[in-house]
Design a protein around this ligand. Structure first.
Ligand code: H2U
Ligand code: ZN
Length: 349
């Protein structure tokens, strides 16, 4: 018989938020850090690019000109993946050929007029303005749509077509797969335990500290026990909050501070502007009781060992279930150990 160890033996970890498992193979990665530090040349971007469709004053694909905005700028995506159409008849459906045709709307949010600055390079007060836009959009779109998905795809590795710092917001009148799984788990947990799954989880991680990256008075950033992506993290509020617009001003400032520090650590990991998909999950909108919900953000970065070596979701992952070698604890320790000062230096220097 062998004495089981989280750091030596393959095991599956359960993700209670979506009711799925992830296979961990830590024995394949026994040395704490194998990453060779290669220096990828820094991309020097201009503060303004006349060819960029997101820069102030420039023309977009649909012929519109962007205003000469000074802070943030929101516009309807010219190639919206969802359309706000009402159909009188959407056809027959068969139980094996089910479909629906959700109404929706897609927006693009420019974080700053500066073409060359990513979120962690913005000042805290500028990040706060971005949080205000997210929050206002959730309020506005939430009046018409049940699900408002705020997300940022950053970097070419994530399929982002333009380095100008921006995110997207897609709103639709049904709840998509991931939040729908979360809704079920959060509700079942509340019914069974009489408490909130993510608040309980936040408190547990705050006590244990093994997977904490950083925290402040209002927020915790943690590599979840059940992480799939090598340096995946979650941002959790320390009180019960359903939606971004429910945050008070102090909590929004505090979030700006946490985001800047967290994303700076990511950039400092391989001295590269770290690619990721980040998204916010708040309670669905509408009059139903969503007390079982808890606002949170997921950050899914694809990089594994260096600025160029990424994790692929292939083979076993697509055929069976997600798998990782690096443990969540190792990833958290690595991120925790990094500086909160951006490797590129202060932008005013
Ligand atoms: P990503 O690079 O993160 O995909 O975002 C760019 C978005 O901007 C993309 O969804 C939209 C694309 O549809 N876009 C416009 O709305 N107008 C344009 O002129 C070009 C791109
Ligand atoms: Zn630009």
């Amino acid at each position: 018989m062998t004495q089981f160890s989280f750091f030596d033996h393959p095991h599956r970890r359960y993700n209670p938020l979506i009711n799925e498992w992830v296979l961990n193979s830590p024995h394949r990665n026994k040395r704490p850090w194998l990453g060779k530090q290669e220096n990828v040349p820094l991309q020097h971007l201009p503060a303004y690019d006349s060819d960029c469709y997101l820069c102030p004053g420039n023309q977009r694909a649909n012929g519109d000109f962007n205003p000469k905005y000074e802070h943030t700028f929101v516009f309807n995506n010219d190639f919206s993946a969802l359309l706000d159409l009402e159909y009188d008849f959407i056809g027959e459906s068969h139980s094996l050929l089910r479909f629906d045709a959700p109404r929706g709307l897609c927006k693009v949010v420019c974080f700053s007029p500066r073409h060359d600055l990513t979120l962690p390079e913005l000042e805290e007060k500028e990040i706060r303005l971005v949080i205000d836009v997210w929050s206002d959009q959730v309020t506005e779109l939430g009046k018409r749509y049940q699900w408002v998905q705020v997300f940022e795809n950053k970097g070419e590795l994530m399929g982002c077509s333009n380095p100008h710092p921006h995110c997207q917001i897609w709103a639709m009148d049904s709840i998509p797969n991931e939040p729908s799984k979360e809704n079920d788990s959060l509700m079942n947990y509340q019914q069974k335990n009489g408490s909130n799954l993510l608040l309980d989880y936040q408190q547990l991680e705050t006590e244990k500290r093994e997977r904490v990256i950083l925290e402040n008075d209002h927020w915790l950033a943690v590599v979840p026990f059940w992480a799939i992506w090598p340096f995946e993290s979650m941002i959790l509020p320390k009180r019960h909050v359903l939606h971004l617009p429910d945050l008070n001003s102090q909590e929004k400032n505090s979030l700006a501070s946490l985001l800047k520090k967290l994303l700076t650590r990511y950039d400092n990991l391989f001295n590269v502007s770290f690619p990721y998909s980040m998204g916010w999950h708040g309670a669905p909108s509408g009059d139903a009781d969503y007390d079982h919900w808890q606002l949170h953000a997921h950050i899914y970065p694809p990089l594994l060992r260096s600025a160029t070596v990424r994790k692929f979701m292939v083979g076993f992952e697509t055929m069976a279930e997600p798998q990782r070698d690096l443990t969540s604890e190792q990833a958290a320790e690595k991120l925790r150990s990094l500086s909160e000062f951006h490797f590129k230096g202060n932008r005013n220097e």
